[in-house]
Write a protein that binds this ligand. Structure first.
Ligand SMILES: Cc1cc2nc3c(=O)[nH]c(=O)nc-3n(C[C@H](O)[C@H](O)[C@H](O)COP(=O)(O)OP(=O)(O)OC[C@H]3O[C@@H](n4cnc5c(N)ncnc54)[C@H](O)[C@@H]3O)c2cc1C
Length: 408
């Protein structure tokens, strides 16, 4: 087990500086353009692929970093560059993690390379869980997967929504109900291979922020996939369903530890994205406050401005510490007895919203225009309190975990 440390080692510092260089030289200068275009920034993804940032290798290296700091450090730097573009770069990783976590060796080897493509022909992947009537309430999911034993195929029908890269992905990972009696315990994940008939994109959303990231509905109309596309395989699913049925028969379990380990492990990564956006806005505000003069002196000379910056920086550092702690816990298999992963996502995302709003205030009229990046950062920051579980859901998970009560 790696000791918890707040100091990056030399290798991590090198990676951080390299990522920061890419974020500063490639991502940030492209941010305003792709925000206006509201399109996937394919040339930037390709650039990231060429230098090795858009690849499973890079992602896996950070993911398995024994200190736990690889992913949060990478997310912070890329999202410091720009949230919309960075999400276009790391969105595939979110789908890939779904396969890494639940897939067999063969599934990992077959599908993950197809999610990324190669530097000359980059591809993206999508993870589709949310539905129009199943957002926070994942258990009310309706997309159904039925096994056709004669053909060893799964037949999937339903409508997914809010899918990052939905419809433009080469590979879609779709969560569907296999046993409606079991609520969320009756769900399973499926790979939908490239060009599978029956899968189509519904509406593409016009969003408030992270506009360079493609978000759309995904329609599944009698989509047939081979049995081998069930993540983890049929035997494992049957075993899991049998255990869930047995538990349900015995009357279910009282809420003991409501913090689900997989979410606790993935939520700090979203917290780190929020830290990146918050830090970016803070840096712009600090520089502006030092150079903008009113009443014959820099505006930072006023406590009213300087104290805001002091609070902003304090909250960003506190958010990063929560994120790093939870990431360290995840990689070292520590139990999340206080839902520390959810805590880190809650605090970091609320911090990003607050800090980016303060940055607009410090820049005055300029902050309110698209001449300066803070208004975009503020629009972008609003996503962090919504996706991967809203702030209210994080509080619910934390409160349930602390109390052991099924708080509603
Ligand atoms: C840009 C974007 C990208 C996304 N990418 C993906 C993706 O790639 N894949 C995917 O599967 N999903 C994705 N999502 C979906 C996202 O995870 C959901 O939007 C989120 O889980 C919230 O669900 P909802 O939008 O249906 O809101 P709802 O669940 O309808 O919530 C509405 C409001 O009610 C509150 N609320 C709900 N239940 C409770 C409760 N019990 N107690 C207190 N408050 C409650 C919520 O906190 C929220 O404030 C994305 C969403 C967006 C906007």
């Amino acid at each position: 087990m790696a000791e918890f440390t707040m100091e990056l080692n030399d290798e991590q510092k090198e990676v951080r500086d390299w990522l920061h260089g890419f974020a500063a030289d490639v991502i940030r200068p492209a941010a305003a353009e792709w925000d206006e275009r509201e399109e996937t920034p394919w040339p930037v993804i390709q650039e990231a692929a060429k230098v090795g940032i858009y690849s499973l290798d890079f992602y896996a290296q950070q993911y398995f970093d024994p200190t736990g700091l690889g992913i949060p450090m990478a997310m912070e730097e890329l999202f410091w560059g720009d949230a919309g573009i960075a999400l276009s770069i790391v969105g595939t990783g979110l789908a890939a993690v779904g396969v890494l976590a639940n897939g067999t060796e063969e599934q990992i080897g077959t599908w993950i390379p197809q999610m990324y493509g190669d530097a000359n022909d980059v591809k993206v992947a999508a993870f589709c869980s949310s539905e129009p009537d199943a957002g926070s309430d994942v258990a009310s999911m309706r997309t159904r997967a039925v096994y056709d034993e004669a053909k060893d195929e799964w037949v999937i029908n339903g409508t997914k929504t809010w899918a990052t890269n939905g419809g433009i992905a080469n590979v879609h990972v779709v969560v569907a109900v296999v046993d409606p009696e079991l609520g969320s315990k009756g769900h399973a994940s499926f790979i939908i291979p490239p060009n599978t008939p029956g899968l189509s994109q519904g509406q593409k959303f016009k969003k408030h922020g992270i506009r360079a990231s493609h978000t759309a509905e995904v329609i599944l109309d009698n989509v047939r996939v081979p049995g081998s596309c069930l993540l983890g395989g049929k035997d494992k699913l049957d075993e899991r369903l049998a255990r869930a049925r047995e538990k349900a028969r015995k009357g279910g379990e009282r809420v003991k530890n409501a913090a689900m380990a997989t979410f606790e492990a993935s939520r700090p990564a979203v917290g780190a994205m929020a830290v990146g956006t918050a830090r970016a806005a803070y840096e712009v505000a600090l520089e502006y406050a030092q150079t903008r003069e009113q009443f014959g002196r820099p505006i930072i000379d006023n406590q009213g401005v300087a104290f805001q910056l002091a609070d902003m920086r304090t909250q960003i550092d506190a958010a990063r510490l929560l994120v790093w702690r939870a990431s360290w816990m995840a990689i070292n298999g520590k139990p999340f007895t206080a839902a520390e992963g959810s805590m880190s996502k809650l605090f970091a995302s609320e911090t990003a919203k607050k800090v980016t709003a303060q940055a607009i205030q410090i820049l005055g009229g300029n902050g309110y225009t698209r001449e300066y990046p803070v208004e975009r950062m503020h629009r972008d920051a609003a996503i962090y309190t919504i996706f991967e579980g809203t702030s209210e859901i994080q509080r619910l998970v934390i409160a349930r975990t602390l109390s052991g009560m099924p708080i509603r």
